[in-house]
Structure formats: C-alpha cells, structure tokens
Design a protein around this ligand. Structure first.
Ligand code: ZN
Length: 422
C-alpha cells in the first residue's frame, strides 16, 4: 500500500485530464525530466530525461540510457474518464427560476451514479492575452452543483430499469433566482482571470467525494477516475523510480480513450510515432535504425480490467476471471481487441516473475462482447510486440470506482522491473 495514499491525493487533485497531465508533468519535473515542445527542434542527450505534452491533456515521457539510442520499452495508459461536459452556453434559466447547467455526455458513463451527490466544475479556460490567447487550468473546488433524482412518488418505475435521457434528466442544478448567471464569474475568479476575457472553455463536472480505503482489513479503495488513472499513475511513478539501462524507457498517457482515441492527443494519432522518431533522429539514429529499434521494442498497454462482481459472478468466464488484490491482469481476446498473444503474455509473465508480482488472466465470456483499449489502436501507428494488461476493479465508468489496495504497488513494481532490468 506504499503508493496508495499518494495516488488518492493525486486522483482527488486530478478531476480532468488537463489536471492529471499538469500533475504528472510536475512529478516529472521534480524527477529531473525536462520539457520538450513539439513546435521546437529537439536536442536530446544520452542519459537525459524528457517529456512532451499535446493539447495539455496527453503526455509522453522518456529517459535515454547513457549508451544513447536503443530499442524502446513503452507503457501506454490513458488520463481521461467519462464525465459530463459543459456546452458552450451552459447556464439555462428555467421559467420557474432555477439555473441548470446544459451538459452533454463525454464517454460511456454509468449515468445513475452521478445523481444526488455534490459535484463541482473543472477544466480549462481560454482567455484573451495581448494579441493572442492563453489557456488557464481551473478547478472550482467547492460543492457547486447537483443532479437531483425525481422522487420515487413521481417516478414509480425508477427501480425497474429507468432509461435516463441526458438532455432532460441529467442537467445539474446550480442556482435559484437572483444568484443565477454567475458560474462563469466564479470560474474566472478561481482561475484568476476577468470573466470578460474568457473566450472559450473545456469544462467538466466531477464528483466531490474524497477517496476512501474501506472493508475488512482495508482491502478496497474507492475514488473517481480509477480507470485509468491507477495505471497512468503507476507508470509515471515507476518511470521516475527506474534507470534506463540498454533501452529507451517511454511512458505515454493518452487522452480521449473513452471516446475512441481518434483525436490528435489520443492513441489513434501520430503522437507516439512522432515522439519516437524525433527522439531517435535527435540522438543521431538513421531512419533504418529507428525502424529496427521499433521492431525490437515492447509495449505494455495498461488499462484497467474487471474484477468479478460479487453479485453477478455468472457474467464472467468460468476460468479466465480476475479478482482485486490478486495481481496484474493480462487481458486476452481471440479477435485481438487486446493485443496480447502467447509471446507478449510470456514476456510479461517473466517480467512479473522477476518482480515477484502475481499475475492473473482475463478473457470475456464467449457470449459477451468486451470493451476495447489502447494497445491495438496504438499498434496501427507504432507496431511492436504488445501486451494488454490492467488492474482488476469494480464498477468501471461509475463516478466512484473501486479497486484493491495491493494492486497499485504490484504494477509499479512490475513496471520498475520492466524498465530497469528487462
Ligand atoms: Zn480505461
């Protein structure tokens, strides 16, 4: 449980992908990593440590061994989670005098989990600055809005599979009467800017519930955005605690996995390919040497996995099912929604053996279609041996997810071994 406290603080302070990226870059800076800009030429030295961000919501960090250019050892995770996003014009005053926020769904969340709990607003504001524009992170950081359920007296079917309409059922209440119309003022004040200077925004709702460790023996923890901040945090923590030997160690945290990855900061972009080729050229490698290095590289695609649900064990494959606190999950799928094959599974198992970390194997029931993740999407741009893994959790895509207290440290230990010894 060494890293869990740090993770829970990190998750609480990272309500959006913009915030998790900002916190990761701060951790990397403190660990001696220097920022490269995609818009500048790159100077990269043997023995150096660097990171680059895209859209302020995705990052790739890498450390170069003293011996210079080498094959890559990559871990990929994602920093976004399903949430409600505020539309451009978001304050909606009703005839009755309420002010609601006009929001739309980002990703596939469990909608009911967002109701009847204090929520707040965070993201980024883009403001006028001189002749141009500038971006400011913002987090209202107070209980500001709430999506109320209908009382059961007016909705007797609520417990019979009610279908929420996001256009009508899920608009959060912000104000009544005279106080309406001031959310942008509050946000501008929180960001330290003038409301009239704000010209655009990317703003999301988030839960105000703090992370919690609970259950007999404190076996479980719950907080927002465990998928996939748990893997992303493990990757950054492990990278900071490992030394590149004869490999270039790379940690990618992409955005927009929850909406298909097809954005310039998602896994289905040139971000990873560009970073690997640019750092290769900067280290003096030829095009042929870079391609040869990619062919000999290995990727761990780390995105959380499903633990058996205590009330629905029949939903899981009889033998290939996974549990919290029982080790890292290797994901398998015959149709290659997960990239894992016998070679990459075996290689990853050897890494975990060396690290002294248990592994488990997951496959869906053959009559249930599973989700997809980063590995195969990323491989269409940068192709290399890849294993899909994750940490077992409950209630994926709820606003409050649950995982096992032991697994975060297991993944950090395995990735440290991957980056230091393999
Ligand atoms: Zn995920």
């Amino acid at each position: 449980m060494d890293h869990l406290e740090g993770f829970l603080t990190f998750a609480e302070q990272s309500p959006t992908a913009f915030h998790s990226t900002a916190h990761f870059t701060e951790m990397l800076r403190q660990g001696g990593y220097r920022e490269l800009k995609e818009t500048d030429p790159w100077l990269v030295d043997a023995g150096g440590k660097y990171f680059v961000t895209r859209n302020e919501s995705a990052l790739i960090a890498f450390s170069v061994p003293e011996s210079g250019f080498n094959p890559f050892r990559i871990t990929a995770a994602h920093g976004d989670s399903p949430a409600f996003k505020l539309k451009t014009f978001f304050e909606d005053r009703t005839a009755e005098g309420y002010t609601r926020l006009n929001v739309e769904k980002y990703g596939g969340m469990i909608m009911s989990s967002w109701l009847d709990r204090p929520l707040s607003v965070a993201g980024r504001l883009v403001i006028r600055e001189g002749e141009g524009i500038a971006s400011r992170l913002v987090n209202l950081d107070r209980d500001a809005v709430l999506i109320p359920n209908m009382p059961i007296h007016f909705n007797r079917d609520i417990n019979n599979g009610y279908s929420y309409d996001p256009q009508t059922d899920l608009l959060p209440l912000y104000a009544w009467g005279e106080d309406s119309g001031s959310l942008m003022n509050e946000l501008a004040e929180a960001a330290g800017v003038q409301p009239e200077d704000v010209i655009a925004h990317d703003l999301f709702l988030y839960s105000r519930q703090s992370g919690s460790v609970w259950g007999a023996g404190d076996a479980f923890f719950s907080c927002q955005r465990i998928d996939d901040l748990e893997c992303a945090y493990a990757a950054v923590a492990a990278l900071l605690d490992s030394t590149a030997r004869e490999t270039i160690n790379v940690c990618a945290v992409f955005d927009n996995e929850e909406v298909g990855s097809t954005t310039r900061q998602g896994a289905d972009s040139n971000f990873l390919y560009d970073t690997l080729t640019r750092l290769g050229f900067a280290l003096g490698a030829s095009d042929g040497e870079i391609r040869a290095a990619m062919a000999g590289s290995f990727m761990v695609s780390a995105d959380n996995a499903h633990a058996v649900h205590p009330n629905h064990p029949d939903k899981y494959d009889k033998q290939n099912r996974t549990w919290m606190n029982q080790g890292i999950v290797i994901k398998h799928n015959a149709n290659q929604k997960y990239t894992t094959d016998a070679i990459s599974s075996a290689r990853f198992q050897r890494i975990c053996e060396k690290a002294g970390v248990p592994v488990q194997h997951f496959a869906n029931r053959s009559d249930i279609a599973g989700g997809s993740t980063l590995g195969n999407i990323s491989n269409s741009h940068v192709s290399m041996e890849t294993v899909d893994i994750g940490l077992a959790q409950l209630a994926m895509h709820s606003v409050c997810e649950t995982a096992g207290v032991k697994d975060l440290d297991y993944l950090i230990q395995a990735l440290k071994t991957f980056w230091s010894e393999e």
